[in-house]
Design a protein around this ligand. Structure first.
Ligand SMILES: [Zn+2]
Length: 342
């Protein structure tokens, strides 16, 4: 394994090292580049990728695999989305994450408040000053620019991982990850949102790229590490980089269309009470199926029952234990199974 380390300095001259692990590189074949840890509260990729690199280092690999597990070390060390180098960093000591105030920022520059240039995954191929810009430039020039397939690994808050994909050409690869849902996104977005690694990498002719989101932020979720390793091994087999058998779950991979918001059955609560769901994330739901019930906390009577008015899959299940009037409950998304080309 070849290990490359580059030192970057923030505006206060604090040094940070970014490490890239390279495997293979002796036999001809495709180039695959994996970047994770752009957002500091997303620890799955940063934790399982060094282990996977050690495992793959013993395998016979065609082509080259570059892995940058911790692209944003300053942010990861703070367990915060970005590294706000010009702000008072000590404010992180009074920051206690809660999913009930998910977008709260101790510096008042959270999502919804500002389009901050500290957010590394908005800076790819854009010009600007700061450590996050410097790191993206180095990774792009040395590892992504050459890559036939780029994987950008993140985490969100959900019960299962998902994929965000901007171009149909990636679907055959997404289906071999074993991840159950591929949310198709529009590549036409604002300049800020377009500074996203998977869009920048995938919009090039003949190149593939998409984003895998594991399902825990500000936490460790070891139960998903093997799924992540399997996804990457399967992709390497498909790319002709690794010999072996595909390992895939018996559940399908669903493509959820760009305009899913218009077509979905979106449930909003009309009552307050305890909620009981009858489907899990990405389960298939048929038109007419009972999706949930809300029960009164005092009388225990069922106040409300939701039935799907479309065929689709369950998604966006609320994390609220006590549902409140007007809250989003869950969505039934229209979905098509992506065939697996094994
Ligand atoms: Zn992220």
């Amino acid at each position: 394994m070849k290990i490359q380390r580059e030192t970057f300095y923030d505006c206060n001259k604090n040094p940070f090292q970014v490490t890239v692990l390279t495997i293979g590189g002796t036999k001809p074949g495709p180039v695959m580049t994996i970047v994770s840890g752009q957002h500091g509260m997303e620890h799955s990729g940063p934790c399982f990728l060094p282990e996977l690199a050690e495992e793959l280092d013993k395998a016979d690999i065609a082509g080259t695999l570059h892995i940058c597990p911790c692209a944003n070390p300053g942010a990861l060390a703070m367990d915060y989305e970005f590294y706000p180098e010009h702000e008072d960093l000590s404010k992180i000591n009074d920051y206690f994450y809660s999913r009930f105030r998910h977008n709260y920022s101790p510096w008042g520059i959270g999502r919804g408040e500002a389009e901050t240039e500290y957010n590394m995954n908005r800076l790819w191929n854009r010009e600007g000053t700061g450590i996050a810009y410097d790191i993206t430039k180095w990774i792009w020039k040395n590892f992504v620019d050459q890559a036939d397939l780029t994987l950008d690994i993140h985490c969100l808050q959900a019960s299962k991982p998902l994929i965000y994909n901007d171009f149909d050409k990636n679907n055959f690869l997404c289906a071999l990850t074993g991840i159950e849902a591929v949310f198709q996104c529009s590549p036409n977005r604002s300049a800020y949102a377009a500074g996203n690694l998977n869009l920048q990498a995938a919009q090039r002719e003949g190149k593939y790229a998409f984003c895998i989101e594991f399902s825990a932020q500000h936490a460790l979720k070891e139960s998903e590490y093997e799924l992540g390793k399997n996804a990457i091994r399967n992709l390497m087999i498909k790319m002709g980089m690794l010999k072996g058998e595909y390992v895939l779950p018996d559940r399908p991979t669903w493509s959820i269309p760009v305009n899913c918001w218009e077509l979905a059955h979106i449930f909003k609560a009309s009552h307050t009470g305890h909620i009981r769901y009858y489907f899990g994330e990405y389960d298939r739901v048929r038109k007419g199926d009972k999706v949930y019930e809300i029960r009164d906390i005092q009388t225990l009577e069922v106040l409300e029952t939701g039935f799907s008015n479309i065929d689709g899959v369950m998604g966006r299940i609320s994390y609220l234990p006590v549902m409140k009037e007007g809250e989003n409950i869950c969505n039934i998304y229209p979905a098509e199974e992506i065939p697996r080309e094994i």
